[in-house]
Design a protein around this ligand. Structure first.
Ligand SMILES: [Zn+2]
Length: 283
């Protein structure tokens, strides 16, 4: 599943390719890909035709393309979605769901999604920040992310630290993989209670979250299956430098203890039993 670094990689690639270009046609090849656009495919095409893309923005794992009409195209990649730039004469992908052509006749923007959990929609008046995603917190790479407010809110919650990292209303863009990596670096077990963390401990953890995400963005995103490729069709390679995630039964890179896997929120968590001891149960 694409996480923030992958989506940021796609955003940067897209921004290079579509900013300033005017949409000639918006063709929906599978209705499921615009299921969140309730007025349907004819309306989708009508409000986008002739509009110029001003930029490509991101909040958490959502992308949006502000348009000169004041509306925006919102995109979510879901489990397997890809936004690809393709020459106009390139053959259709097997799972091509939406195709945009541009008035300059240059490369097309294609939304390809095997499982179609992702999709696109139009947010009316959403150019600045679509209402549909305004509940999502800023991510820690956002220059306007408020470290002090995050620290206070995190410690004010009666929850577990990994649960808090995955809460998109508190901090966005940190998925399962990067949460495990940041917790390993911070030497914290994911079930540690947030209200027992000190202010410096939360600040350190936030620093590790930023480092992990920043390194992954530089590396072009993590790829765990063949489905994720960035906008130019290249897979990321950050998975080669993971310390915890996916390393069950392998030695910890710091202390040599064997990395364990536990079930957490219907997913797998990976941690080092020595570096990241579980919190003592309180009665
Ligand atoms: Zn260790």
């Amino acid at each position: 599943m694409p996480e923030l670094p992958e989506v940021e990689t796609v955003r940067m690639g897209l921004a290079k390719w579509v900013t300033g270009r005017t949409i000639a046609t918006a063709e929906v090849l599978h209705p499921r890909a615009i299921r969140r656009h309730l007025p349907g495919d004819a309306h989708f095409a009508a409000v986008l035709t002739g509009r110029t893309v001003l930029d490509v923005s991101r909040r958490g794992k959502y992308l949006w393309l502000p348009l000169d009409s004041g509306d925006a195209i919102i995109g979510h990649l879901g489990m397997s979605g890809q936004l690809l730039m393709q020459p106009a004469d390139a053959e259709d992908e097997k799972h091509l769901r939406i195709r945009f052509t541009f008035t300059d006749g240059g490369p097309q923007l294609r939304f390809v999604d095997q499982r179609t959990f992702g999709g696109l929609s139009v947010s009316e008046g959403g150019a600045e920040l679509p209402d549909e995603i305004s509940h999502i917190a800023r991510d820690p790479m956002d220059p306007l992310f408020d470290d002090a407010a995050f620290n206070a809110r995190m410690r004010g919650r009666h929850t577990e630290v990994k649960r808090a990292l995955l809460d998109q209303t508190l901090i966005s863009g940190v998925g399962n993989i990067y949460a495990d990596e940041a917790l390993w670096r911070a030497k914290l077990h994911g079930t540690r209670p947030t209200d027992q963390l000190t202010r410096p401990a939360v600040a350190r953890l936030l620093g590790h979250v930023r480092d992990v995400l920043g390194e992954a963005i530089v590396a072009g995103g993590t790829s765990f299956d063949e489905l994720y490729v960035n906008v130019n069709g290249e897979s990321g390679y950050f998975d080669r430098s993971l310390n915890a995630y996916g390393r069950e039964n392998e030695p910890c890179h710091r202390c040599g203890a064997i990395i364990r896997r536990e079930q957490f929120m219907n997913r797998s968590s990976f941690s080092c039993p020595r570096c990241q001891p579980k919190p003592r149960k309180t009665a």
